[in-house]
Structure formats: C-alpha cells, structure tokens
Design a binder for this molecule. Structure first.
Ligand code: SAH
Ligand code: SF4
Ligand code: F3S
Length: 448
C-alpha cells in the first residue's frame, strides 16, 4: 500500500516522521511523494498554539473530496492523524468525517497493524482505530530513522517533558521525560558518519535535562563531539534551569560543538515567570546569559518569548522590553499567548489580554528585536566566519547557502564546494535574518 506522510510542528515531529517512515517501509509499505498516489494519508500534527490546530483542520477539509473519490473507487481510504494534536484530542478528532485513525507520538510501532486494521474493513462499517497511550519508556530504540539526505541528522536523546510550564501542552502530548542510553546514542552517531552526515543535532523536549545511568548532558555532548567524522554538534531545545558550568565549559572547549544556545525566556517579568512556572527569575536569567558569554565568548544566544499571558500588564511588557535590551539576543521567536485546553493556565487564569493588545505587544517586541538583530549582524560585516555548505538556495539563483556556527543563514555566490564542507567566508552584507558572504581571495604565491 502507498502512504503519503505530511509533517507539521517542531524538529521532534520531523524526527518522529523519520521513525514512522522506517516503521512503515520495514513493514512493506511504500512512501510516495504525491498524495494522489496514496491509499493512506498520514498527518503528523502539532498542538502548541491554536493556529497549529487551525492549520490541520484546514488541511483536513481539503481532503474531503479525495476521501469521497477514493472510497468510491477503491472502497477504502485511510486518513491517520498522528502527533501531538492526535494525543491531545484523541476521540474528539476521530469524530471528524475525514479521519479514521488517531495515533499518538508513543504508538508509532503499532502503525502497520493499525493501518491494516482500518484499511481491510468495509467502508460501510466505517471502522476507526485509536492508539494514543503515552509511554514512560518508548524511545524508539532499535528503529533506524529513515532520514532525508542533507548535512544534518536529528538524533533524539530524550523524549517528554516534566516541567509543566503552565501555558504549555507538551507535557500532556509527549508525556514523561525519558533518556536513551549513552551507548545507543553513540552507536547511532557512528553509523551516521558512515552514512555521510557531517552534523548531528541532539533533540529533546528538554534536551539538557538528559540523564541516563549517571551520564549528564555535558558528558553526552562531549562524547558525541568526539566521534570521528562529526564536524558539528548542535542541540535543541534546552531549558534555562539546566546549564551547569561543566556544560558551558564543554561547549566552550570543544571546537565541534556549535557556539549557539537557544535559551527560551518567555517573559521578563518575575510575576509572570512565576505564574508560568518557569522556575527562574529575571535576574537569574540575566546572570545566566552573562555567565554563558563569559565562558563562551562569541556565543550566539536566541530565545522564545510569549506576549499576552493572562494578567500581563504594560508594566510586565516593559520589563520584557528592558530585558531584551539588556541581554541583546541574536534573534527571538515571539508568540502571542494561546490558551491550550487542559493546561494549568487554562484552568487557573482566564485568557484576559485582548487580542488587539497582544498584537500591539508582539509588534513592539518584533520591532525591537529586528533592530537588535540587524545591528548584531551588521557588526559582522568584514569578519570571516566558517560556514557549513548546505546547497544551492532557491531564493537566489547562482547562490549557495549554509549555516554559521551561531546558526545564522549565510548566502554566497555559488562555489564548487559540496554540501557538508566547512568553508571560510568574508561577510559583505547583512539583514535581520541573513548574512551575505564571499569566498576569500587567497593571494597566489609565485616562486621567483
Ligand atoms: N521545550 C521547549 C519549548 C517547546 S515549545 C522549551 O521549553 O523551550 C516552543 C515555544 O512555543 C515555547 O518556548 C513557547 O515560547 C511557545 N509556546 C508554548 N506554548 C505556548 C502557548 N500556549 N502559547 C504561545 N506560545 C507557546
Ligand atoms: Fe513546554 Fe515548558 Fe516543557 Fe518547554 S519546558 S516543553 S515550554 S512545559
Ligand atoms: Fe508541536 Fe508537539 Fe512539537 S505540540 S512543537 S509538535 S512537541
């Protein structure tokens, strides 16, 4: 049977889709690139904000005509909703007329069996299946993810989240924290080198809370960076509470560990941080960024911020503005608070900041961060930075693109260099999100 798989959401979902592809192809299913060739459509979903849900509902609506046509022609058609929205909504989303299978993020090993069950059934019986039980152990150990080609391989080192930030749905959709054994991870990384990957990104909902048999995240990242053939190691997404000095020192001393830390702030107001259950204060956060910059000079620090959390006042917003000015993040993802059903915030704090106030606040933060990012990027003009080539860019014909150590996108006139090669580039120009580079003109030494 042919399967079409579509992925929404974060890197963890991209990585999960690689596991799904592997599970299905091992069971004899064929993954197809075009939806019209498929008897099975799987949608791996995200639930983080309401617009993630909205996007999926819109997508399901577009599948109505296809379901009708396939049912008439073939008698059966499977539309499976997977991922965080499936886990979150369970039976409710199974009522959607297009969906006849719902599978949560810990249940992908069962997919071949579940698909067989729904598709063998006469459509008149309209059988539906659901498997959305969270596991305390599932890490998909033993499944070799079916990765797409490229320079980067995602390597899941832990799953789940125990932090319960009051706004966040992830602890409910991904369940409890669990880490993979060091040897299993290293085995995977060695294999990735043989497959030709130059970079690995260690993944986890709280990647730096990794803990397995006394091995900490600092121990693990050094071991991974020491695997011969691995040129770059990145990690995402960490929590500010787990940055002990040994971890900062590991990042500082190992040339292969990228000098980039994503440090989600969420708010600059102590009152709001407390309501969010973020477990740090504004000053602790500022001190952490100072310590990071002291131990790892030239580190790039990026962040996530939420505006309009319940009860947020203009004074709270001003504190976030002040903190952004103090820390000067290299870039920031800024979101409007979106109430998620089942979360602590949804039960305790009414979503009382009006939409137009959220919009005004997000625009103010966007403008401020743009200015900071632009200044920081323009300061790089004239310097030389190492860029890992990723390939041709669609945005500008005749140009290649790559990533700096600090995870900035750099575009440059095409060279003969292949994806995965590290090359020095001189920065010629900069916008808020992109650097423009040029290969160095090396003086030709002639013998006289
Ligand atoms: N584990 C990661 C977060 C993953 S979610 C971490 O702790 O950093 C990515 C970002 O989405 C969060 O950092 C937060 O800024 C944002 N987010 C999460 N829930 C949200 C909500 N209910 N409304 C708006 N933004 C939210
Ligand atoms: Fe969500 Fe907080 Fe866990 Fe991040 S740490 S996934 S924001 S609950
Ligand atoms: Fe979305 Fe789930 Fe990732 S809610 S952000 S796909 S962990």
């Amino acid at each position: 049977m042919n399967v079409f798989l579509e992925t929404y959401g974060c890197q963890m979902n991209i990585s999960d889709s690689e596991v799904i592809r592997s599970v299905l192809s091992n069971a004899g299913y064929t993954l197809v690139p075009v939806i019209d060739q498929a008897q099975v459509v799987l949608i791996n979903t995200c639930a983080i904000r309401e617009n993630a849900h909205r996007k999926i509902y819109g997508r399901l609506d577009t599948l109505r005509p296809l379901r009708k046509k396939m049912q008439q022609e073939k008698g059966h058609f499977v539309v499976g909703l997977l991922g965080c929205m499936a886990q979150n909504l369970k039976e409710t989303i199974l009522k959607h007329p297009v969906v006849n299978m719902v599978v949560g993020p810990d249940n992908y090993r069962a997919l071949p069996e579940l698909i067989a069950k729904v598709s063998e059934t006469d459509t008149n019986k309209n059988l539906q299946v659901i498997d959305a039980d969270l596991s305390e152990y599932e890490t998909y150990q033993g499944i070799d993810p079916n990765r797409f080609d490229g320079v980067n391989a995602w390597v899941v080192i832990m799953r789940g989240c125990d932090n319960f930030c009051t706004f966040c749905v992830v602890p409910y959709t991904r369940g409890r924290e669990r880490s993979r054994a060091l040897d299993d991870i290293l085995g995977e990384v060695h294999a990735l080198v043989l497959q030709g990957f130059q970079q690995v990104t260690l993944l986890g909902q709280n990647v730096n809370s990794y803990q397995a048999n006394g091995i900490s995240f600092a121990d693990l990242i050094l071991e991974v960076a020491n695997v011969p053939g691995i040129e770059r190691v990145r990690f995402t997404s960490p929590h500010p509470k787990d940055f002990p000095e040994p971890l900062l020192e590991a990042i500082a001393i190992h040339p292969n560990i990228c000098k980039h830390i994503h440090l989600p702030l969420q708010s600059g107001s102590d009152r709001i941080l407390e309501l969010m259950n973020r477990t740090y204060t504004k000053n602790e956060f500022i001190q952490l960024t100072q310590k990071i910059r002291q131990i790892i000079p030239n580190i790039s620090i990026t962040t996530d911020i939420i505006v309009g959390f319940p009860t947020e006042t203009e004074a709270d917003q001003q504190e976030t503005i002040d903190l952004i000015k103090t820390v000067e993040f290299d870039s920031a993802y800024i979101f409007k608070y979106s109430e998620r059903k089942g979360t602590i915030a949804s039960k305790k704090y009414p979503d009382d900041v009006p939409p137009e106030v959220k919009t005004r606040r997000i625009v103010a933060l966007f403008d401020l961060q743009h200015e900071i990012s632009l200044n920081k990027n323009q300061a790089k003009i004239g310097s030389t930075i190492n860029v890992m080539v990723e390939g041709e860019t669609d945005k500008r014909p005749g140009f290649q693109m790559g990533k700096s150590d600090g995870n900035m996108t750099v575009i440059f006139p095409s060279t003969p260099h292949l994806p995965g090669e590290l090359i020095p580039l001189e920065i010629k120009n900069a916008t808020t999100a992109t650097l423009l580079g040029q290969t160095l003109t090396i003086p030709v030494l002639t013998q006289t």
